[in-house]
Design a protein around this ligand. Structure first.
Ligand code: 6PG
Length: 262
């Protein structure tokens, strides 16, 4: 049996701290199209290119994915990408503390990418690094232990796809929430404003340390948050601004910002 893949980078890969109250200048590319299938295809092509770029430099690439309604179509489009999936580890940017077979797991959305690839024999199941199973009544200590199992295999993220809430949250990093200041690679969130309250999330430093981040967000309810991401300001106000901290990033949305956000 071959060695289990891990995501180890050079030992010097400690995460850089991020000051969440400092203003971040917007640097991400922005792609605007009113058609969701055009947006999903574009985001998938961008992510595939980012993964290829990482794989040209490293043995493996770590792809981190989240839940929610905005990212599933991108996952499906990405499954068609011509990539060396055998060298890609797929993990969670955040996960809800519910049993592994719950319909509420973010992993259900991740499966829209990984299931067809596994079934086609292109992605080994050993490359899937989701949050281990949890009991129905999981405690923060249970989640902590499960998170440690993820952290044992994943010491950095290379490529990240995020959705964003109407309040500007990404993964389980919420505006002006103590979780924004968590140190280390992953954190346990016990009072998430979005249900369920108990979750795990990659930290700000972990996500910001990725070499490429794509953020997808569209629709009337998200219009303000999406526009505000494109204006200089602190991550604490709008965690979606985290995309500007990565060397390569893209915001994929359905409308240009309105003049009031200029
Ligand atoms: C979750 C997510 C969360 C999600 C956003 C956007 O646990 O739901 O990981 O960060 O991506 O809330 O969700 P929608 O796309 O459904 O608006």
């Amino acid at each position: 049996m071959r060695d289990r893949r891990t995501s180890r980078r050079a030992p010097s890969s400690d995460l850089s701290p991020v000051v969440v109250d400092a203003a971040i200048p917007p640097t991400a590319s922005v792609f605007v199209d009113g058609d969701v299938s055009v947006r999903n295809d574009l985001a998938a092509r961008w992510l595939a290119e980012a993964l290829r770029d990482v794989l040209s430099r490293q043995d493996t690439a770590v792809l981190a994915l989240v839940g929610g309604s905005s990212v599933g179509g991108v996952h499906e489009a990405l499954a068609a990408a011509d990539l060396d999936w055998d060298r890609v580890l797929v993990t969670v940017g955040d996960e809800r503390a519910v049993p592994a077979d719950s319909p509420d797991r973010n992993w259900r959305v991740v499966e829209r990418l990984v299931t067809p690839l596994v079934e086609a024999g292109r992605l080994p199941t050993d490359n899937l690094v989701g949050l281990p199973d949890l009991p129905d009544d999981a405690t923060p200590a249970d989640v902590e232990a499960a998170v440690q199992e993820v952290a044992d295999r994943i010491d950095h993220l290379d490529v990240v796809l995020l959705g964003m809430g109407d309040d500007g949250h990404v993964a389980s990093l919420f505006p002006h929430h103590p979780g924004l200041s968590a140190t280390g690679r992953f954190t346990v969130v016990t009072d998430s404003p979005k249900p369920p309250p108990l979750r795990m999330s990659a930290t700000v430093a972990m996500i910001a340390g990725a070499s490429a981040i794509a953020l997808v967000g569209a629709g009337d309810a998200k219009a303000d948050a999406v526009a505000t991401v494109q204006v200089e300001g602190p991550l604490a106000d709008v965690p979606g601004r985290i995309i500007h901290l990565a060397p390569r990033s893209i915001l994929v949305t359905d409308r240009p910002p309105t003049p009031e956000h200029d």
